[in-house]
Design a protein around this ligand. Sequence first.
Ligand code: ADP
Length: 594
Amino acid sequence: MTRGSRRRAWRNLKLGIGAAMVAASLAILWLTGLASLRLSLAEIETRAEANLAVQAAVLERLLDKFRLLSPLLARGPETGRLVSGRDISIDRTITSVAAGMSGAEEVWLMDPLGRVIVTSQHGVPFGAIGGAAAISEAFEQASQGQLGRQLIPGNPQSAASYIFASPLRNGDRLIGILAVRVSLEDVEQAWALSKDPILALDEDGRVVVTNVPGWRGRFISDIDFGRNIDDLSGLGRLGLLLPSTGAINTHMRLATSLPVLGWNVATLVSIDDARQQSAWAMVAALLGCVIAAGGLWIVLLRREEFSRQIRRDKAAALRLERRVRSRTAELRKANELLEEEVREREQAETNLRLAQAELVQAAKLATLGRMSAALSHEYNQPLAAIRSDAEVAGMLIERGRAEEARANLARIGGMVARMAEIAKTLKGFTRKSGTDIRPVSLRKVIDETLLLLQPQIKQSCIVLTTDLPETDIIVKGGQIRLEQVVINLLSNALDAVGGADRPMVALTLRLEGEEAVLRVRDNGPGIDGDVMPQIFDPFFTTKDVGAGLGLGLSIAYKIVHDFSGTLQAANRDDGGAEFTMRLPIADEQMLAAE
Ligand code: ADP
């Protein structure tokens, strides 16, 4: 999956989740609002139902109480006497007392024709004005021997009244009608304590009792309930008359019936509180949704960041792995190269060793060649001389000149002696290094050497200077062999300065640190650069045949190395050669042992 497509997928997922969250929030809000509204409405309904029951009971009780008053009064003995005797003063007292004690608005008596005989009311009594005509319905019912009942509708200014009328009889004869008028104002006063509008409607839908004075006496269809409950009137005709409940716009209406009267009592309860509570619940739910959505969003973003981090780590690990792999490959390659190089070097070393071995072999052969040439020269010459001398000596002896032959024989002896000398030198070269290393005085070595060479020096008029330290230097070695070394070095120097104008040879001895340093200098021609590497080789010589065997320096080199010293040759800047011999000085332990 590429980075772009992954981003697109993630963005789509986010959009989807966002839409789902919005949808879920809306659903939660709607459900919360609905549930809260239902609960609040149920609570309001319960409260309103209780209130309605109480208020309806107030009305029913009042009318129940007065329903019995008129028959009771009509059957009383005084009432009969009063109608027959026409004692007006007593009549008034009776009606007044009855009205006062019962709380009725008015109690009055009429004759069978409907004329008012007496009334509890002073001034302008209701019964007196209207007479039987005002309560014709109730009068009619009473005349027929029943309990007459009639509603006197109210108007916005005055409350409605209810009339109960009972017949007065003397035997079977109707002698009068007793009427009781009850004002429904008391009920309205009790209802006024309730904050919700309450109204009682008769069978025709006219408002009989209400705590809203403006509605009094009007038909429910004519009442303007206000903008919010406009259509209540429409429903009212059908609905309010039934004991049903339900919410219409801003009000809930509840109704109950009073079967005895054939009336309905209804109330209108504002559901604003319920709506408000529902609105608050929705706000709280909205807040909850916002917080939950925010939390979820943060979790999503974290997740995204986390997965991005994991991807980054993975990529880094991959990069690292790739680098390690490439490095490993490089290292392997380098290793292979190194191995190859090692192989080549080993091969080169082997080749070198072979070449060295070949060289050594060649050098040995060369040395052998040089040795054969030198020895054949050294020996052939005296041998030839010996042969001719022997032949001459033989001839002389044959001729009887034995005395003359003696000289030849003496020469032969001399040459044999020389050959013996050469053999001795060769023997010295091949002799194994002696193990007899002891402290040797270098001064003594030099003195002995100079003594041996003195005749040769004197003969050649060479100037030999010596520079020796005051105190003797003792080294580890052998007296005779060290003498041989110094003789060789001085002999070579004397040979070299042979052709010089002012031949000079200098011998110096110094103590440098733990070493004795002996130098032999001359002002001869010096050593040719070409021959310098070979001068210590055995049988190497630049001298004429018979003048040198080429063993002097090689023997000296071997002796000095046997004594753990070094022997070096160099050309001096001002001409001539310089040979330097370094020998370790003898330590005190060696000297004490000696
Ligand atoms: P030889 O003296 O028999 O030739 P050496 O081994 O003593 O043999 O010397 C080898 C060679 O070293 C000589 O032939 C000569 O060429 C060179 N050589 C030795 N000493 C000197 C010197 N002091 N000056 C110049 N050349 C020297």
